[in-house]
Design a protein around this ligand. Structure first.
Ligand SMILES: [Zn+2]
Length: 338
């Protein structure tokens, strides 16, 4: 797969982060990604998406594809993807993958900010899969792009929206990973527009990922809020959020580094949602923490409160809330809103 990174003048490349992104993508998809890089000097002119998006207040670049064509540095039907990196002082821009091509390539607009350091890996992995869906569309293959259903999005290797979309794309990776010049493109724009009309919201929801990175976990009030923001991704009702928050409050008092006292069986519970470090007595497999379990280590449980919440929600949806003593004993009730 041929990818072109176009770096605008004020973008400060974080080579390590970009390399990690490509490495992660290759491991997750099995594709070989060859990256070329060019530097350009282009004005960034902003445009509001309000007219085309149901999500208000987001901005992107106006006319950037034409500006790039005018540089005559992007040959027709050569790169599978073109990524335009630019630095932005705005907080209301999002990285996103355009519905239609740039000289045959899927096109990703990628704003960066100093405060978003580390976002290149997350954003590139995310947009790469959007771009693979676009490449399919360019060949007339309609695949369901639901990358923006954020269940576990934050882990590019194991997040469930990555797994789901890689699964959908897998049969077509080989087909889209052929030289673009050989492609026949049957009316893809028309097909894709139909797709886009039904998915306008999701294209622009990308900003939500960045906002997720800014969740605060520093005091109980912020932790409670962050829990509810994550639960909103799973479309939980107000009452369900109250229930799960009451359980979390009973478990850890909203302390992300909470370490429980020793249980009768010698195990201990850790973190915001108090995951137990015990193992299944018959099989020796860890319940939550250890090889093959949700968390690799106790450190991870303590360091990743978002994951705590996501797993709690997952188990709640499977009907397993009874595994938490806060729920099974009814102790959570004292923390329900009066
Ligand atoms: Zn997205």
């Amino acid at each position: 797969m041929k990818v072109l990174f176009v770096r605008n003048i004020n973008y400060v490349p974080d080579g390590a982060d970009e390399a990690v992104a490509i490495d992660t993508i290759q491991k997750a998809t099995g594709l070989t990604v060859e990256v070329e890089t060019i530097d350009v000097v282009l004005p960034t002119i902003y445009k509001s998406f309000d007219a085309t998006s149901l999500v208000k207040g987001l901005w992107g670049l106006d006319g950037i594809k034409q500006q790039l064509r005018d540089t005559q540095q992007i040959p027709q039907d050569y790169y599978h993807m073109v990524v335009f990196f630019y630095k932005s002082s705005r907080t209301d821009v999002a990285y996103w993958t355009y519905p239609n091509d740039l000289n045959g390539s899927a096109f990703i607009e990628f704003p960066t900010r100093d405060e978003w350091k580390g976002s290149v890996k997350l954003g590139m992995c995310h947009e790469f899969l959007h771009a693979c869906h676009r490449l399919c569309a360019f060949q007339g293959i309609v695949t369901l792009d639901d990358m923006d259903r954020y269940d576990g999005n934050l882990d590019p290797m194991n997040g469930s929206n990555y797994q789901r979309n890689i699964g959908v794309l897998q049969p077509y990776f080989q087909r889209i990973d052929t030289p673009l010049e050989n492609w026949k493109k049957p009316g893809y724009i028309k097909r894709f527009l139909v797709q886009l009309l039904t998915k306008t919201v999701s294209v622009y929801k990308t900003l939500a990922i960045m906002q997720q990175q800014e969740l605060l976990w520093d005091n109980p009030a912020n932790v409670r809020h962050s829990c509810r923001v994550i639960m909103d991704e799973y479309n939980l009702s107000w009452a369900e959020k109250d229930l799960l928050c009451a359980c979390i409050e009973q478990e850890s008092r909203f302390k992300v580094g909470a370490i429980g006292s020793l249980n009768a069986d010698g195990t201990r519970d850790y973190g915001l949602c108090q995951f137990n470090n015990g193992v299944n007595k018959e099989t020796g497999e860890p319940f939550w923490i250890g090889k093959g379990a949700d968390f690799a280590s106790i450190d991870e449980v303590l360091a990743d409160p978002s994951k705590n919440v996501r797993i709690l929600v997952r188990e709640y949806k499977k009907g397993n809330l009874k595994w938490w003593a806060s729920y099974s004993t009814g102790a959570y009730k004292q923390f329900l809103p009066k």
